[in-house]
Ligand binder design. Structure first.
Ligand code: GCO
Length: 244
């Protein structure tokens, strides 16, 4: 029963496709009422219609006023998954200031804004689960992903800061750190034979991950099975982060 999410409401940001959608499906499969978030109503409503009990929550996670309004209209949020993220593969010298700022806004500030909006209700109820979708790149870097890695490293420390301030209120804030998965974000890498060969040799499991393989981690961190786990990053990477 400790993995059962029945009666819980889960908001998953950026959940109309890719990893976010896989996480939303896993939470719904464990019994949660899932709010599907995207910037356009059409996509959020179409995805929500295909998931039992799901609702659409259309708002821009980088817009403070929109976040506050959306969280108010959703009602109590028991589980928040901060998934929204974007990648730009640029060397640091080629990364424009507006691109850097956009990465910060989408990958990091969004998690701050939505968490700050849902936390008061969680504090009042004395319980809540926050799962931040960090990354293998919260710990490891590679050329051309400096802006992305910087935001994911910061998201790791925001996760630990949430633990420091909110654990006393019965809130568990943890992160999932995906390695290399078959998503639209990595399509260019999958299509590059040289990168694909490098990855298969580099990952101990010898393959790309499939988005559905992140479901167990998010259900665990969203459920009472993880009530004494706080401030941690759960790496789902086929072993990549622990071998040279
Ligand atoms: C890259 C990849 C990585 C992975 C990320 C997933 O360009 O190296 O996009 O950033 O997608 O580690 O969390």
């Amino acid at each position: 029963m400790s993995f059962d999410l029945s009666g819980r409401t889960a908001l998953v940001t950026g959940s109309t496709r890719g990893v976010g959608l896989a996480l939303a499906r896993a939470l719904a499969g464990a019994g949660a009422r899932v709010a599907i978030n995207g910037r356009t109503a059409e996509a959020a409503e179409a995805v929500a219609a295909g998931i039992e009990g799901a609702v659409a929550a259309t708002f821009d996670v980088t817009d403070d006023a929109a976040v506050a309004g959306a969280v108010d209209s959703l009602g109590p949020v028991d589980i928040l998954v901060n998934n929204t993220g974007m990648a730009l593969r640029r060397s640091l010298v080629d990364l424009e200031l507006d691109e850097w700022r956009r990465l910060l806004d989408v990958n990091l500030t969004s998690a701050f804004l939505v968490s700050r909006a849902v936390a008061p209700g969680m504090i009042e109820r004395g319980r809540g689960k926050i799962v931040n979708v960090c990354s293998l790149m919260s710990e490891l870097a590679r050329p051309t992903t400096g802006g992305y890695a910087a935001t994911k490293g910061a998201l790791k420390m925001l996760t630990r800061s949430m633990c420091a301030e909110w654990a006393q209120h019965g809130i568990q804030a943890n992160g999932i750190a995906p390695g290399y998965f078959r998503t639209d974000l990595t399509e260019p890498l999958q299509a590059d034979p040289e990168f694909d060969a490098w990855l298969r040799a580099r990952v101990p499991a010898g393959r790309w991950g499939e988005p559905g393989e992140l479901g167990g981690a998010v259900v665990f961190l969203a459920s009472s099975a993880s009530d004494f786990v706080n401030g941690q990053l759960l790496f789902v990477d086929g072993g990549l982060s622990v071998v040279v």
